[in-house]
Design a binder for this molecule. Structure first.
Ligand code: NDP
Ligand code: PYC
Length: 344
């Protein structure tokens, strides 16, 4: 590790390997099994490395308060069920979704390669992270992956007066010839809840149209959204329809809770949504005709010719390249907090 001082904020740098190991120690110290700790730590360090601020180490306090509350089982062992030729279900045992994905992944890949498509339906699970780390690795192996996960009631459906949906992201990854995978990952709410928390902490306003206060009135004050208010879907009725789709696929289909369905009030400190997650993995090698990755490249080239200078995922790839060269920059007080948590 080395000390560095940026233009404004002093920061220290830590390598990806060191950060993963530190986070793993924290998870184990706070009640996660070694297996779960390794998966969550890798996920969280990956998000931090790529500059996904709302789902990197910012989330550690929420993970720890949730583990301490008894709301989630940090040592759950996922039960993988081989349901059909193209369908796998996993009962995550009230544990985290990422270890459930890890447990089912070899079977999912095998089925997708054999049948051309396979579905993974995770239920009884908690997802507190960015979604792109769940899909990007499939595209690195030449496959197309789509995932949805629902969260906690904090989004008012278009035309309604009360929240029903979660922030419900959709992530997609596809291989593209001669460049890293094409990846997007977006909440179906105007903003991720994590970004509202960050805005409140840092004293920033929200963009107009992002949320309402406890009286249902439009507000740009993040504290008003967090204090009994709610978020709105992005894009009005269109984002609202996508959010409904996420509820249906991630919870209705998998057997998980809808975002409005769980009650964590008996677990003060709980922050992780107890819901479900769906992944669909397609092997384009099974498609007749054109090479998919080459076709993807043709599309991207045409987009560039039309003036697109930044694709979804490219900000992360740039951050990743910088972190690989210079390390991951963290504020000294955040790093000190992580080290303190690792001690217990
Ligand atoms: P953003 O709005 O920041 O970004 C959405 C997507 O658009 C990203 O793929 C991003 O790429 C891309 N993008 C952003 N700006 C541009 C641009 N100018 N041109 C082209 N592409 C662009 O994400 P959200 O705030 O919606 O979500 C943030 C994170 O929160 C996600 O990772 C999501 O999974 C997570 N989340 C998790 C939930 C859960 O329940 N676990 C619930 C809700 C959100 P890039 O990454 O390169 O910036
Ligand atoms: O940022 O909206 C969010 C979120 C919900 C659950 C995890 N992240």
């Amino acid at each position: 590790m080395s000390a560095a001082v940026g233009a404004n904020a002093p920061s220290e740098t830590i390598s990806f390997t060191e950060l993963s190991a530190l986070l793993e120690r924290i998870f184990v110290t706070h009640g996660a099994s070694a297996e779960v700790a390794a998966v969550l730590a890798h996920n969280c360090a990956t998000a931090q490395r790529d500059g996904a601020q709302s789902h990197g180490v910012f989330r550690m306090a929420g993970y720890l308060s949730t583990l301490a509350s008894g709301w989630v089982n940090g040592a759950a062992v996922p039960q993988v069920e081989d349901v059909a030729s193209g369908y796998i279900a996993v009962d995550a045992g009230n544990g985290f979704a990422q270890p459930a994905l890890s447990a089912a992944r070899p079977l999912l890949v095998r089925k997708a390669r054999e049948a051309g498509i396979a579905v993974l339906a995770i239920r009884n699970s908690h997802h507190f992270a960015a979604l792109w780390p769940d899909v990007e690795p499939f595209a690195e192996e030449g496959m197309i992956a789509l995932s949805v996960v629902n969260s906690m009631t904090c989004v008012v459906p278009h035309g309604a007066s009360r929240p029903v949906f979660g922030t419900n992201p959709i992530a997609f990854a596809a291989p593209c010839a001669g460049r890293p995978p094409l990846v997007f990952d977006m909440a179906t709410s105007a903003l991720a809840h994590g970004d509202v928390q960050i805005a409140a902490r840092e004293g920033h306003s929200l963009p107009s149209g992002a949320g309402v206060d406890r009286h249902g009135q439009p507000t740009t004050d993040p504290k008003a959204v967090l204090d009994g208010g709610a978020l709105l879907p992005f894009g009005g009725h269109k984002g609202s329809a996508l959010s409904m789709m996420v509820e249906l696929l991630a919870a209705g289909l998998t057997g998980g809770n809808f975002s409005f369905e769980f009650d964590w009030s008996r677990h003060p400190g709980a922050q992780t949504p107890w819901t479900g997650q769906l992944l669909i993995v397609i092997d384009p090698a099974r498609a007749a005709g054109n090479d998919f990755a080459e076709r993807a490249r043709e599309l991207v080239d045409r987009m560039a010719q039309a003036g697109v200078s930044r694709l979804a995922g490219e900000r992360r790839y740039q951050n990743r390249a910088q972190a690989q060269q210079q390390g991951i920059a963290l504020a000294p007080e955040h790093l000190a907090q992580l080290r303190q948590w690792a001690e217990g």
